[in-house]
Write a protein that binds this ligand. Structure first.
Ligand code: PLP
Length: 453
């Protein structure tokens, strides 16, 4: 078990080292505090391990350099936004060309047809629309689902993350010994209503709970990652999705497969790899190598049902869309990314590297007799602080250890490796190398060695 006083001493040492070695980031943070709320351009950048975030000078492939001239292996990759590697040359060229030829028009370009055809082939769904973020793609798919089912609620899994979709910031509260009551997730800022009004929440891998929730016949749509990736990696039990899909059909609910992170298993995400049959697929973040863009696709049946309900005169005020959605630049970035970077071939190197990472970390966990485990999902892998892999969000969240996680992240950062913040995840991009992975393994071995000493 971890000796907390040792952890405390080691953490203080790493915090001092970080401050000493990042004078320029420290100075920029002091400046930033005068004009940026909390000293950061976005709230959760405050949560990085260390007294302040590292300010970035430049990034390329699987590496970046900070303003102090320190170099890092990037295993966070913009939490999947840069799963393509940073600024792939071929995409940078396509973007530069498009930037000079018109960025946004509220009119289609031919790239949109190319991208939709490619998505149709990858995921097997016939019709596609575009948005700027995966959050928005989820929001729009939810609206469509509500409209065509004329039902009010959505269903999500406990401790899911699907972006800042209001309905999805709900969690089960087990306090007081009851079965789990839906309420705002801890940290939810200004929920518009109690999410219990909009959302049903069940634990992943629990078919009985799913059926009980769907039986109310008020769920328009189940919003799900095929495997959970935002609270540790949680894989579905064998047969879970087949049975869950049958339940959604039985009770008239639709299903959104949010493949924004699970695209890491292959070019058509889990939908393709596991032969899932969702009504919608959502995919954002790396689809344009980090240029804002996202997509949602739907079945023929959904397309017919929603088309029948939209009047031409009202189609701009339905709450679906955005001025910049489907803009020429985002589509050019998506085309180049799908054509050249996130290809089937790229996954052939990325996935074995994630296996190498998982094996390395597992080996060190065993060496130091820690009761932790490692899970892999395609090109990503993650360790959690429990003996066995979690089967649902509640279990995984219960094993979280904020202090320990911060120490391991800061230890890695101080030695040139960036992990995905807020959990212990590493993602491989086409430019990641075995040497990058092995560097992390050595650092992880040293950190766990000091912890176990
Ligand atoms: C599964 C999933 N869906 C959607 C999103 C939202 O993406 P964005 O923040 O780009 O809107 C995230 C973000 O982490 C995610 O993990």
């Amino acid at each position: 078990m971890i000796d907390r006083s040792n952890l405390n001493v080691l953490s203080r040492r790493e915090e001092r080292k970080f401050v000493d070695e990042h004078p320029k980031s420290a100075e920029m943070y002091a400046r930033a505090k005068k004009s940026l709320l909390g000293g950061v351009p976005m709230n959760w950048m405050r949560k990085w391990a260390g007294a302040f975030p590292v300010f970035v000078a430049r990034a390329k492939g699987a590496h970046f350099t900070d303003v102090d001239g320190r170099e890092y292996v990037d295993l966070c990759l913009g939490d999947t936004g840069a799963m393509t590697g940073h600024s792939p040359d071929v995409v940078a060229d396509a973007i530069a060309k498009r930037v000079r030829e018109g960025i946004t028009l509220m009119l289609p370009t031919e790239d949109s047809i190319w991208v939709a055809d490619e998505l149709r082939q990858r995921f097997g769904l016939p019709y596609w629309q575009f948005a700027l973020t995966a959050t928005d793609a989820n929001r729009f798919a939810i609206r469509i689902a509500r409209e065509i089912t004329q039902r009010s609620k959505i269903l999500v899994y406990n401790y899911c993350y699907h972006g800042t979709v209001d309905e999805s910031f709900a969690a089960l509260d087990y306090g007081g010994g009851h079965d789990g009551i839906v309420g705002p997730r801890r940290g939810n800022i200004g929920p518009p209503v109690n999410p219990a009004e909009t959302t049903r929440v069940v634990e992943f891998n629990d078919l009985n709970a799913l059926e009980d929730a769907l039986k109310h016949s008020d769920v328009a749509v189940v919003l799900a990652e095929p495997a959970m990736t935002n609270v540790g990696i949680i894989l579905p039990d064998a047969g879970y999705w087949k049975a869950a899909r049958e339940l959604t059909l039985k009770y008239g609910a639709l299903l959104i497969a949010d493949e924004t992170h699970t695209i890491c298993v292959g070019p058509g995400g889990c939908t393709r790899e596991w032969m899932l049959e969702p009504d919608f697929v959502v995919f954002g973040k790396p689809i344009g190598s980090g240029i804002p863009g996202s997509t949602y696709g739907c079945t023929e049946e959904v397309a017919e049902r929603i088309s029948a309900r939209i009047e031409l005169e009202d189609c701009d005020v339905g709450g679906v869309g955005g001025t910049l959605a489907g803009n020429a630049l985002s589509l050019a970035a998506m085309r180049s990314t799908l054509e050249n970077v996130l290809t089937a071939k790229a996954f052939e190197t990325m996935i074995p590297l994630a296996t190498r990472w998982a094996d390395g970390v597992s080996g060190e966990i065993k060496n130091h007799r820690l009761p932790w485990n490692v899970q892999q999902l395609g090109a990503r892998a993650e360790y959690t602080f429990r003996e066995n892999p979690p089967r649902n969000g509640g279990e995984s969240a219960a094993a979280a250890d904020f202090e320990l996680e911060r120490f391991l992240h800061l230890y890695a950062l101080n030695r040139g490796v960036l992990l995905t913040p807020f959990h212990n995840m590493a993602l491989m991009c086409p430019a990641t190398t075995a040497a990058d992975v092995d560097l992390h393994t050595r650092i992880f071995g040293a950190a766990t060695g000091e912890l176990a000493a």
